[in-house]
Design a protein around this ligand. Structure first.
Ligand code: FPP
Length: 251
């Protein structure tokens, strides 16, 4: 039975929070196979869930949402699955860019672009330009993304400039992954599908992230599941290495 949480989206928006939530959307393939359907059916359903979660994210105080759509290691999958995923992404971009403009969603794509079909890259860049003024939510889709590769490229940029300061490193990191702005660290990392690992996702940005793992497969992830994850996040005490104020004593 699902656990009930008393906090709802309205209460969260009253808290005036501005969260960066990152999601590893795992379990599409297993979800489909459990239903006797091809794996791609799960990805298609997963894309519908993306649409819904993007729509409701601002109601939960989320101002930046980073979704792991395709990792650099996903190239190892069968060619047919890779092709279908890329086609799905391209189709969704064509249909969803208008909605994003209307809903104030700024879209960015983080990851490598040199190995993607140039038609997909053109579609991505068009979406980035047309949604650039969106203020309600910054939606970052990680495509051909590897955190370790991004970190190595950022380090290379730092070496070229001979500037290893922390502030500048955040800028190099953004540049290395084609992100137009320096993005705040991840507050909450959600992974669906039962696995409990980072899989080369946002290794730097998750330094102080709270982790929320659920057995729910991504195609079954819905508003209740998001509300639960956000409520758990708000129930955690984040100390960032310090100690709680009331425990400070010098006696
Ligand atoms: C992991 O499930 C999911 C992916 C590798 C792709 C995620 C893509 C989508 C949710 C759909 C398209 C996205 C957008 C942004 C339109 P898996 O295949 O590894 O599942 P498994 O662990 O059950 O095999």
């Amino acid at each position: 039975m699902k656990q009930q949480f008393t906090l709802n989206s309205k209460q969260h928006s009253n808290e005036n929070v501005s969260l960066h939530v990152a999601i590893i959307m795992d379990g599409n393939g297993r979800w489909a196979q459990q239903r006797g359907r091809p794996r791609f059916w799960g990805h298609r359903q997963g894309a519908e869930v993306v649409k819904k979660i993007v729509e409701i994210a601002p109601d939960y105080g989320i101002s930046t949402l980073t979704l792991y759509a395709f990792s650099s290691d996903n190239w190892k999958r069968p060619q047919q699955e890779v092709n279908l995923l890329m086609q799905l992404l391209q189709r969704k971009l064509q249909t969803e860019t208008k909605n994003s403009i209307k809903n104030g969603v700024r879209m960015s794509f983080i990851g490598r672009r040199d190995r993607l079909d140039p038609r997909l890259v053109a579609e991505m860049e068009k979406a980035e330009q047309e949604t650039a003024h969106g203020q309600k939510l910054h939606l970052r889709l990680a495509v051909d993304y590897s955190a370790r590769e991004v970190l190595a490229r950022a380090a290379q940029l730092a070496a070229e400039q001979n500037d290893f300061s922390r502030e500048r490193f955040d800028e190099y990191l953004a540049k290395a992954m084609h992100c137009p702005v320096v993005t705040p660290d991840v507050d909450l990392l959600i992974r669906t599908g039962g696995e409990q690992r980072l899989s080369d996702f946002l290794l730097w940005e998750c330094a102080y992230a709270e982790f929320y793992f659920t057995n729910v497969m991504w195609p079954d992830f819905d508003e209740d599941e998001l509300a639960r994850a956000i409520a758990v996040f708000h129930s955690r005490e984040r100390r960032f290495g310090a100690i709680p104020q009331m425990q400070v004593s010098f006696g």
